[in-house]
Ligand binder design. Structure first.
Ligand SMILES: Nc1ncnc2c1ncn2[C@@H]1O[C@H](COP(=O)(O)OP(=O)(O)OP(=O)(O)O)[C@@H](O)[C@H]1O
Ligand SMILES: [Mg+2]
Length: 281
């Protein structure tokens, strides 16, 4: 299965290179950009126990799991810079394949760079759970900003991990794809992209299959990172995801998550699909 999945990943990559189309096209109906003020960001202290229990890598660890995120960081930052991109979405074909953990650990690894600020946004609005990974209570977030006309600045959280700032998802909504394509979301997307061009914005997204959210959200993104889980994501699921995303947004790369230790080496994966990263389970 794994070799087939790798072949499918490679085909996906080739298709993306051949077909990605211009995006950010629905700006005509956008509202005036909301100004996001960062001085009101709330600082919280996350205990080591919470970080460890949720497999969050602070960068102080020295193990292969943590190292793989540093490799991923290097590859991502290189590709963002060479394309002048700063807004990245992270998704996968289906549920539970590691989107949120990849988003968090990549965001922390990027924010550990002395000059790099990172905003990590929970855009999985049907089931916002990013805050839980940091042991935080549910609080107002993107849903309240989009639906209740609230301002963003009081929602931002600094978890004390480098220059990382979190924007939680808030209470969530069953109408997430409508909300994510609203003029208010479009205006926020522009504000986040352009106000501080050196900041990387990472959106933790829902799965591609079974709901319209990711495709609907692609106009807000410069690129997508696609997580696949070894032994779980099937070739057919990857193909379906490819088909849905085709032509909508460039794919920065794929992350093979929960990869078996001895079955496939990182170098082999990199040879097969240059630049993509295998993340151990
Ligand atoms: N490489 C890994 N090794 C071990 N556990 C992992 C790895 N990646 C993710 N997990 C665990 O798998 C579970 C699902 O991961 P995560 O929440 O990141 O997936 P998701 O794709 O965001 O799920 P959802 O579709 O529900 O949003 C979590 O308990 C997470 O800690
Ligand atoms: Mg998730």
């Amino acid at each position: 299965m794994k070799d087939t999945l790798l072949n499918a990943m490679n085909r996906f990559k080739e298709q993306q290179h051949a077909t990605h189309a211009p995006h950010r096209s629905n700006g005509s109906q956008a509202a005036a950009p909301p100004t996001v003020i960062y001085s009101r960001t709330r600082s919280v202290v996350i205990s080591d126990e919470v970080l460890q229990r949720h497999r969050i890598q602070t960068g102080r660890e020295s193990n292969q799991f943590s190292d793989a995120y540093k490799i991923l960081r290097t590859q991502v930052i290189h590709r963002l810079r060479e394309n002048n991109w700063n807004v990245l979405g992270i998704t996968s074909p289906k549920e539970g394949e590691g989107k949120t953990l990849t988003s968090i650990n990549l965001a922390i690894a990027l924010a550990a760079e002395p000059t790099q600020t990172v905003l990590l946004v929970d855009a999985d609005l049907r089931a916002p759970r990013l805050h839980e990974e940091f042991g935080l209570e549910s609080s107002e977030g993107l849903t309240e900003f989009l639906l209740d006309d609230r301002t963003i600045e009081n929602m931002l959280v600094s978890p004390g991990l480098g220059r990382l700032i979190l924007l939680p998802g808030g209470r969530g909504t069953d109408h997430s794809s409508d909300v994510l394509t609203s003029p208010r979301m479009s205006a926020l997307g522009k504000e986040l992209k352009h106000r501080y061009a050196s900041r990387v914005v990472i959106f933790d997204l829902p799965p591609v299959l079974g709901q319209a959210d990711v495709l609907a959200f692609t106009p807000q993104l410069d690129a997508l990172l696609l997580v696949v889980e070894e032994g779980k994501t099937t070739e057919s699921e990857l193909q379906q995801a490819m088909q849905i995303l085709k032509g909508s947004v460039p794919i920065l790369g794929t992350v093979l998550n929960k990869a078996g230790r001895d079955r496939l080496s990182l170098s082999k994966l990199k040879r097969a699909n240059a630049g993509d990263v295998k993340q151990r389970g």
